[in-house]
Design a binder for this molecule. Structure first.
Ligand code: SF4
Length: 423
């Protein structure tokens, strides 16, 4: 494999996957590989897959076919959550050379070096219970913002979710390591860090998942002191792990932005119990109420799943009216879809696909109205915007502290700078 010197990546799924693709890319680049875009010819193609998207299988096949057509001699490596969950299915896709499970994705350099284009795909994967250790990862997007992975895996058992099967038990980096990485990112010119994980509020279990000496709040306090980083966001945190002390800290912080993303999933206690979520709607409403009391300008996003098995019209209406009353700024709406090896498959009756889609539409409309209302409330205010790169249409964009997206015409001197902006 000594002649293989160029590599291209494609990432499916969440920010965690993007940060891990960046880390994998740096490993290969440090070994002498040159990075190419996915549309360019490359000696090796790496696809980092997701298990949450509905069409993981189809998308993967489609991408491999595209490579086969253009570059039949290139090596094709598939990794990520879907590769851990269904290694044999992926290995059977014509053109795939290597499948790397959760434990092996960061050993990619060694695996690629040992690889040659052959007839059948090699699978390097182990049982998810044996997956241990933590690999720090971050992505840097044109220097401005970085997604920094500080936690991986999950010890919860929500009945719809395959992530614990794909990523294993909860593990995390140490506070001191995260601080070192944040300092390095500051030297690279990064201004904003988005803390990322599977179950971020569960931070502190250590790299082996056994320790209990640190908690997420320790990390929050320590990051505040890092010179050069102006802004932090908490990508998503379970409502039962979002403590009063974290909310109060953010309310008084100069660096943690007034913005939370808190998965709700359902506004019906019956459905929350079937989902095996660890809170009731009352706790969620309390969290929102405390945040808005301390930070009336704070943006709050919520994830909601519609069409979960057993969700009657009355249950859905309960969710709808709960959300109408709740002072959240936007929703991420997901349509429930069946996943192998999950407990939710045992729950009856299933909701018809049409009803799932109708409910999705209703909540998407509500989300749009909430976003409009939230933005309207801040018109006329001057807030701080971190502007990012310019795009081809001669525009640039950035976000206010409270996550209102601003698009304006390009001003080169504003790129990667925090600017006072009247909304
Ligand atoms: S908290 Fe629940 S939904 Fe989130 S990763 Fe863990 S099991 Fe999945």
């Amino acid at each position: 494999m000594a002649e293989a010197k160029t590599v291209a990546f494609h990432t499916l799924g969440c920010k965690l996957n993007f940060s891990e693709t960046s880390a994998i890319s740096r490993l290969l680049e440090n070994d002498g590989f040159e990075k190419r875009s996915f549309d360019e010819p490359a000696d090796v193609y790496v696809i980092n897959t997701c298990s949450v998207t509905d069409n993981a299988d189809k998308e993967c096949r489609h991408l491999v076919r595209r490579i086969q057509r253009k570059q039949p001699e290139s090596l094709v490596v598939i990794t990520g959550c879907y590769a851990q969950l269904k290694p044999k299915e992926i290995a059977a896709i014509p053109g795939v050379d290597l499948v790397l499970g959760a434990a092996e994705k960061f050993n990619i350099v060694q695996h690629v070096k040992e690889l040659s284009k052959g007839d059948s795909a090699k699978i390097c994967s182990c049982d998810i219970d044996e997956v241990n250790g933590f690999n720090a990862s971050f992505s840097v997007n044109d220097r401005t913002r970085s997604f920094l992975k500080v936690q991986d895996g999950c010890n919860y058992n929500c009945s719809f979710c395959t992530i614990p099967l794909a990523r294993g038990k909860s593990r995390s980096d140490t506070v001191s390591n995260v601080i070192k990485t944040a300092e390095e990112l500051a030297v690279r010119g990064v201004k904003e860090i988005i803390l990322t994980g599977v179950n971020l509020g569960d931070f502190g279990k250590g790299v082996s998942g056994q320790e209990e000496e640190e908690i997420f709040f320790d990390l929050v306090k320590a990051l505040e002191k890092v010179n050069g980083i102006n802004r932090y966001r908490i990508s998503s945190i379970e409502p039962n792990l979002l403590t009063n002390e974290i909310i109060e800290w953010v309310a008084n912080s100069n660096k943690f932005m007034p913005h939370f993303h808190i998965p709700l999933q359902s506004g019906s206690n019956k459905i929350l119990a079937l989902m095996r979520r660890r809170y009731k709607r009352e706790l969620y409403a309390d969290r929102v109420s405390l945040i808005k009391t301390l930070m009336p300008h704070c943006a709050i996003g919520a994830d909601v799943i519609v069409g979960f098995p057993g969700e009657t019209a009355a249950d859905f209406n309960e969710t709808l009216s709960f959300l109408q009353e709740l002072d959240v700024s936007y929703l991420h709406v997901f349509t429930y879809s069946e996943r192998d090896n999950t407990k939710a498959l045992e729950i009856q009756p299933a909701v018809t696909i049409n009803t799932r889609l109708e409910r999705n539409k209703i909540l998407r409309n509500l989300s749009y109205m909430k976003m409009q209302y939230f933005t309207q409330q801040h018109v006329g205010e001057t807030r701080k915007v971190l502007f990012e790169k310019c795009d081809k249409n001669a525009t640039m964009e950035g976000y206010t502290d409270n996550y209102i997206r601003i698009i304006t015409s390009q001003r080169a001197e504003w790129i990667n700078n925090i600017v006072d902006w009247t909304i």
